[in-house]
Design a protein around this ligand. Structure first.
Ligand code: NDP
Length: 282
């Protein structure tokens, strides 16, 4: 591969770096908007992360994404953190601001952006299934966007309690934990139900979070973080009950839009980016 090093560089530090759909999505946006920018996918081993960040500085990269296992480890190599990245404790997007590299987290921001045309989080009661990295980002960002209450429902109590406590202590929202022992009955009065577990991700495409489908009501908005496949059994069950839904492909596209805005200042076209992902078979 050859690069014109006059083109501003962005990219992803991933491990393994193979088959990263973000490359197609971001480069489609750059092309569509006539930006002579590049987004390179780099395989970076954990032991090489410090050198990789130094390399990005030296080559004047405008920013880069970090995927697992670099999302937390990268923080010590940066010059500062955005508010939500600090609360979440993880960075998925690094942004050059002057000579400084600042860590941001666009996962939750992308989720909120994808959800907002359907329902804005302000004042809403939210039930969030899961307490991993995605749930933490979504929970914190929903809380910062004005959600009134966030109930974390998770199998492992330790992780669930930790995410609830982070939301409660660092945002205006009430954060609470509920154990996920058996079939979960969604409480009455829930406005937004979100699956932020990994249940339903390819290849396990028939799997569905163990919830009581009878407790879904038509006035609820139901969202899934799973991008592949976008129409999960969870969302299909919600649609059968008359709920409005938001899929994980929308979250993926919108976290990319937020990152592109940080790097280039441009509001990228969501339809072009979604098409690029669907062309890959997502
Ligand atoms: P983690 O491994 O950090 O967390 C997984 C979560 O799923 C945990 O809460 C875990 O519970 C729960 N879980 C997994 N299997 C089960 C099960 N059988 N029953 C109950 N709970 C279960 O993953 P991430 O948070 O990083 O990612 C979660 C999903 O979010 C992934 O599928 C990923 O594709 C998606 N994602 C989507 C993005 C997008 O842009 N659309 C962005 C980032 C992530 P426990 O704690 O008990 O183990």
């Amino acid at each position: 591969m050859t690069h014109n090093f006059l083109s501003p560089l962005t990219g992803s530090f991933a491990m393994p770096a193979a088959e990263n759909p973000t490359v197609a999505m971001i480069e489609a946006a750059y092309r569509h908007h006539g930006l002579d920018w590049r987004y390179l996918n780099c395989e970076v081993a954990p032991s090489a992360l410090a050198d990789a960040v130094r390399g990005a500085r030296a080559m004047g990269w405008m920013g880069f994404n970090c995927s697992i296992p670099h999302k937390v480890a990268v923080i010590e190599h940066l010059d500062g953190l955005g508010e939500s990245a600090r609360i979440i404790g993880a960075v998925n997007t690094v942004v050059r601001r002057g000579e400084r590299l600042i860590g941001e987290n666009t996962d939750g921001k992308g989720f909120v952006a994808a959800l907002s045309p359907i329902v804005h989080p302000a004042g809403k009661r939210v039930v969030l299934l899961g307490a991993g990295g995605a749930a933490r980002a979504v929970g914190v960002e929903m809380a910062l966007a004005g959600a009134a209450e966030i109930t974390i429902v998770n199998r492992s109590a330790g992780r669930g309690e930790e995410v609830a406590a982070i939301i409660d202590a660092n945002t205006p929202a009430i954060g609470r934990y509920q154990p996920w022992m058996s079939r979960y009955v969604v409480p009455e009065g829930t406005d937004i139900l979100i699956n932020a577990t990994s249940i339903g991700l390819f290849p396990d495409v028939e799997a569905m979070p163990d919830i009581d489908a009878d407790s879904l009501r038509p006035d609820m908005v139901v969202a899934d973080g799973i991008p592949n496949p976008p129409l999960t059994p969870f969302l299909r069950a919600a649609q059968r009950r008359g709920c409005r839904t938001a899929d994980g492909l929308g979250m993926l596209v919108n976290q990319g839009i937020v990152a592109i805005r940080y790097w280039t200042g441009i509001d990228a076209d969501a339809a072009v980016m979604r098409r690029a992902l669907l062309d890959l078979g997502l």
